[in-house]
Design a protein around this ligand. Sequence first.
Ligand code: FNR
Length: 402
Amino acid sequence: IDLSIMSPQDAANHLFKNSEILAPMVRASTTPLRTLALSHGASLVYTEELVDRSISASERIVNTELGTIDYRVPKHTYSLKVQKRMAADKDNPDSENGAILLRIDPIVERNKLIYQIGTGESNLALEAATKVISDVNGIDINMGCPKKFSVSGGMGSALLSDTKRACDIISTLRRNLSKPVSAKIRLLDPEDPRPTIDFVKALISSGANAITIHGRIVGDESHTMARWTTLVEVVRQLKQTESVPIIVNGDLYTRADILEIKSRSLCDGVMLARPALYNVSLFRKGEAEETTSTTDEIPLPQFQSTDHSGYYGYNSPLLHSRTSVVQEYLAHCIRYRAHSKNAKYVVCEMMNSRRAPTNRVPYLNMQYESGQTIATVCKCRSLDDLVKVWDVKYTIPFPKTT
Ligand code: FNR
């Protein structure tokens, strides 16, 4: 399929309708996790949020050795102190050349990659988007991050209370780019669907081709349950008048959760962040899901059911073991030459069930069969150490490059 000859809205419909998406996650949604999620059946993957100015200052390199496109922060732009530290970091495969901001596999991620920008200004957003647009399938604006770093720069959730600025960013990108432009937002009110609906409608009028809604408001703790009831109401009402794809996000920990939220909200797709980090094989669909176009024919559990132990639950035969997904992840880290510190961070997050709803999804509490703990992972000094600790036995082949 050649998405480039489609209108942005047709391309967005193709990408987002019936989608199951790996969410943008800072430090986690890099090449290894994205390509692993795709191998398990994710239909679309987001980059981590990368701030407009840093991507604009990067250089684009065709990496013939790895078969990737790299966006790299040139070494000379670092302070001497940082340059020295990088040079001394023997495990940094890119220490000679500067840090990799974004690495794209143009074959595996073809027609499946969205770049998420952290931005608060339309001109800066456009500059960053223009830089990467030829290597990605769409541009998403982060309108949900509540962290001080984002909000103080007018980015992330600051845009939720500045509709004019948010719309200006969307319309500027829409006028100047020929690929889909989308936004990821949070609920604006815990119970009243109206403010969120009004905000989404304003973005759509400004040209947004798809919207993702995270079912929490600014100020909600990440470990408390997402507000599905309000989220469902928002999406159902939006779907009565709007045709652009609407994606839902928040606490979708089992196939049962995914099927339920789809059938209840009539959303066009789902996005998974922590659930995919804890077990990326959650993107694997059951046979019934594969062969039906609507979820109506699949016997669904009750909404917010406490029974997650069946075929679509946490004991599903569809799932790979949590040990196996860490091993797979490390094989992808080797393939894409991830920095060991980054790999370590992500493996620790995969193992860490501190914020997981272990009452609903008890297997997230399990011990690893070979006794790996976060402490043993922290002791690793290189990818080789990690591979040994996890007994990774296979490698991901490199594609033949021309
Ligand atoms: C996030 N989230 C996030 N959101 C976003 O728009 N851009 C980002 O870069 C990040 N980074 C990020 C890092 C990590 C480690 C986590 C856990 C989360 C928020 C994320 O995409 C999602 O909206 C929430 O985590 C809720 O979804 P889940 O986790 O319940 O599926």
